[in-house]
Design a protein around this ligand. Structure first.
Ligand SMILES: NC(=O)c1ccc[n+]([C@@H]2O[C@H](COP(=O)([O-])OP(=O)(O)OC[C@H]3O[C@@H](n4cnc5c(N)ncnc54)[C@H](O)[C@@H]3O)[C@@H](O)[C@H]2O)c1
Length: 261
């Protein structure tokens, strides 16, 4: 398959590439430079807001994987400072990608979304269904994720393009030898198992399974690795639908340390 991956130089993008690159031709699109991890990767330095560049790279693509976002150097930075950039990159960039995907007969789109789009359901207790509707939010980052889901759903409804929305939790990297957990943001370290945690390579495996999935129309599912996730989110659906199992469930961190949230 020929796959276009946006946000490929990012923290999660690098985890996704590890699982896609051995099997597919991957176009890694990001304005930030990145080294290829495999021979079959093509690096394209461009923005999702640049229609000409997107039109050029979209030709011949089978699957579009959307992971880009306006980056933050801290958990809250950038979105308060440049709200219009957040809309331009996350929302308008996604709209532009979908328009070019339809023009180029791209078959499938995989959107990396966030569990935050349904967070109010978690507060109500019980298990949140995998296809719960995105909720209103008072946070610009979350609102852009809600909009992204609505954009890809709109294009599915209008043009029949296949869509898989993966609602992921908080992403980290785990060293398999030491099982040390490396957070994305300095100072936001997890010291104990929490329901939303997921290792970035495990998200990559879910993306890989979504590329191969048969009979897709419009799918929404949760991707969380933590052994505690199923108490709050319907991750069983993901496991059944994708045949996906996380390699890291963080159970070795049970009962340790203060909670991050
Ligand atoms: N990190 C998490 O814990 C987490 C949790 C839930 C959802 N997500 C989602 O995962 C995705 C990736 O997040 P991340 O943590 O890897 O973020 P990141 O900031 O590390 O990566 C985002 C990438 O997008 C790129 N980007 C920024 N502007 C762009 C543009 N105009 N055109 C193309 N690319 C652009 C950045 O250069 C960066 O490489 C995002 O969609 C985010 O909403 C992340």
């Amino acid at each position: 398959m020929r796959i276009l991956l946006t946000g490929a130089a990012g923290f999660l993008g690098r985890g996704i590439r590890e699982s896609l690159a051995p099997l597919h031709d991957v176009i890694c699109l990001d304005p930030v430079d990145t080294e290829p991890v495999r021979e079959r990767e093509e690096i394209v330095l461009a923005s999702v807001t640049d229609r000409e560049a997107i039109a050029r790279v979209m030709a011949g693509v089978d699957t579009l994987v959307i992971t880009h976002m306006l980056s933050r150097t801290t958990e809250r930075g950038a979105y308060q400072e440049s709200p219009s950039a957040a809309i331009d990159v996350n929302v308008k960039g996604t709209l532009l990608l979908m328009q070019e995907a339809v023009k180029n007969s791209v078959r499938r789109v995989i959107l990396i979304s966030s569990e935050s789009v349904v967070r109010p359901f978690v507060a109500q207790g019980g298990v949140v269904p995998h296809d719960a509707e995105p909720t209103p939010a008072a946070d610009l980052y979350i609102l852009t994720k809600v909009f992204q889901e609505k954009v890809v759903e709109g294009f599915h409804n209008e043009y029949g393009i296949e869509v898989v929305v993966l609602r992921i939790g908080g992403v980290c990297r785990v060293d398999p030898a030491t099982r040390r957990v490396y957070p994305k943001y300095e100072g936001a370290e997890w010291t104990r198992n929490e329901p939303g945690m997921v290792e970035r390579g495990d998200v990559g495996l879910a993306v890989g399974a979504s590329v191969q999935l048969e009979h897709v129309t419009y799918e929404r599912m949760f991707v969380m690795g933590s052994s505690l996730a199923r108490q709050h989110f319907d991750v069983q659906y993901t496991e059944k639908k994708l045949g996906w199992r996380p390699r890291f469930d963080f159970s070795w961190m049970d009962g340790r340390g203060p909670t991050r949230l």
